[in-house]
Design a protein around this ligand. Structure first.
Ligand code: SAM
Ligand code: DTB
Ligand code: SF4
Length: 317
C-alpha cells in the first residue's frame, strides 16, 4: 500500500536511477522488447455536457472547433475495427463524449460493437463516462476486456480542471467496473499545470486500487485551441519519463500505455519511456479528435529501437 509520501520520495530519485530500477522491474514481468498497439476510434464525438478543461469535445468550450457527430453505426465501427486489425492492432478502444450512456437503442448498439470487436479476436475497450451497476454488468456479458475511466490528476488538483463531476464520482464508476469483473484502464494527463506532487498523488491513488488497473494510460496534454488549457508552459519531456518509470515500479504487472502527446515527444524521450517500462501505444494517425504519429513513422521508430509488436491479445483479455 504505497502512501503519497512514499511515492513523492520515489519521484525524488535521480532520473537515471529511477529508470534503471523501472527497467529491472519491467524485465521481471514483461518481454521488454514487446509493445502493444491499440487503435482508438471516437464513436460519438463532441457536444459533451462535462466541462473538462483539456477537452476539445466539451460543449462548454464554444471556441474549440470540434465537430459534433452522433453515435456511429455498428457497421461503420466494425469496418474500422477490421482495418485496425489488418494494420496490426490487438486492442480496439472506442470513446464516446457522454457524461453517461443513456439506456436504450444507443447503449444496445455499443454492446453490439463490443461483441463485434471481440469476435475479431481483439481486446475491446470502451470509455463512455459514468456507468450504473447494470450497465457495467451488461458490458461484462458482452465480453468487454477493459473499461477506460481516467482519474486524470490528483484529488487536490482535480477541481481546477473539471467542475461538473468529482474525483469521488470517478472512483465510484471504477469500483462498479471492477465489481462487474471488467478490467480497469485508468490513468491521467500530465502537463495541465499540476505539480510533481500531484502526479505522485495520482499514482498513489492508482497503485492502491485493488486490483491495480490492468492498464495505465499516461497522456500528456494535447493543447486544443479554444479550451481553457490551450496556453501554458510545456512540460519537460523528462517528467513524462519519470512518470512512466514510477508507474512501472508501482504497478509491475500493468500495461503502461504511452498515450496522447507522442507527436510532441521526440524519439529519444520515447525510447527512454520504453526502457522505463512503457509497453503499449496508440497506433494510427488519429487519437479521438487530435493527431497521432503516422503509422509508417511509428513502424520506423519501433524498428529503429528493435522493438517488436505484440501480435497477440493479452492472456487475461
Ligand atoms: N467522456 C469519457 C470520459 O471522459 O470518461 C471518455 C472520453 S475522454 C476523451 C477519455 C480521456 O482522454 C480523458 O479522461 C482524458 O484523460 C483524455 N484526454 C481527453 N482530451 C485530452 C487532451 N486534449 N490531451 C490529453 N488527454 C486527453
Ligand atoms: C486515454 O487515456 N487516452 C485516450 C483514451 N484514453 C480514450 C484518449 C486521448 C485523447 C486525446 C485528445 C483527443 O484526441 O481528443
Ligand atoms: Fe466529455 Fe470525456 Fe471530454 Fe470530459 S473528457 S468533456 S467527459 S468527452
Amino acid at each position: 500500500m504505497p502512501t503519497s509520501e512514499s511515492v513523492r520520495e520515489l519521484f525524488a530519485t535521480p532520473l537515471l536511477d529511477l529508470v534503471f530500477q523501472a527497467a529491472q522491474v519491467h524485465r521481471l514481468h514483461h518481454d521488454p522488447l514487446e509493445v502493444q498497439r491499440c487503435t482508438l476510434l471516437s464513436i460519438k464525438t463532441g457536444g459533451c455536457p462535462e466541462d473538462c478543461g483539456y477537452c476539445s469535445q466539451s460543449a462548454w468550450h464554444k471556441d474549440a472547433e470540434s465537430p459534433v457527430d452522433p453515435l456511429m453505426s455498428r457497421e461503420e465501427v466494425r469496418a474500422a475495427a477490421e482495418r485496425a486489425k489488418e494494420a496490426g492492432a490487438t486492442r480496439f478502444c472506442m470513446g464516446a463524449a457522454w457524461r453517461q450512456p443513456r439506456e436504450g437503442e444507443q447503449f444496445e448498439r455499443v454492446l453490439d460493437m463490443v461483441r463485434d470487436v471481440r469476435a475479431l479476436g481483439m481486446e475491446a475497450c470502451v470509455t463512455l463516462g459514468m456507468l450504473t451497476d447494470s450497465q457495467a454488468e451488461r458490458l461484462a456479458e458482452a465480453g468487454l476486456t477493459a473499461y477506460n475511466h481516467n482519474i486524470d490528476t490528483s484529488e487536490r488538483f482535480y477541481p481546477q480542471i473539471i467542475t461538473t463531476r468529482t474525483f469521488e464520482d470517478r472512483l465510484e464508476t471504477i469500483q462498479r467496473v471492477q465489481d462487474a469483473g471488467i478490467h480497469v484502464c485508468c490513468g491521467g494527463i500530465l502537463g495541465m499545470g499540476e505539480h510533481r506532487g500531484d502526479r505522485a498523488d495520482m499514482l498513489a491513488t492508482l497503485a492502491n486500487m485493488d486490483p491495480q488497473p490492468e492498464s495505465v494510460p499516461i497522456n500528456s496534454l494535447v493543447r486544443v485551441a479554444g479550451t481553457p488549457l490551450a496556453d501554458g508552459a510545456d512540460l519537460d519531456p523528462l517528467e513524462i519519463v519519470r512518470m512512466v518509470a514510477a508507474t512501472r515500479i508501482l504497478m509491475p504487472k500493468s500495461r503502461v500505455r504511452l498515450a496522447a502527446g507522442r507527436l510532441q515527444l521526440e524519439p529519444g524521450a520515447q525510447a527512454l519511456c520504453f526502457l522505463a517500462g512503457a509497453n503499449s501505444i496508440f497506433f494510427g494517425d488519429k487519437l479521438l479528435t487530435t493527431p497521432n504519429p503516422e503509422i509508417d513513422d511509428d513502424a520506423q521508430l519501433l524498428q529503429r529501437l528493435g522493438l517488436r509488436i505484440a501480435d497477440h491479445a493479452s492472456a487475461h483479455a
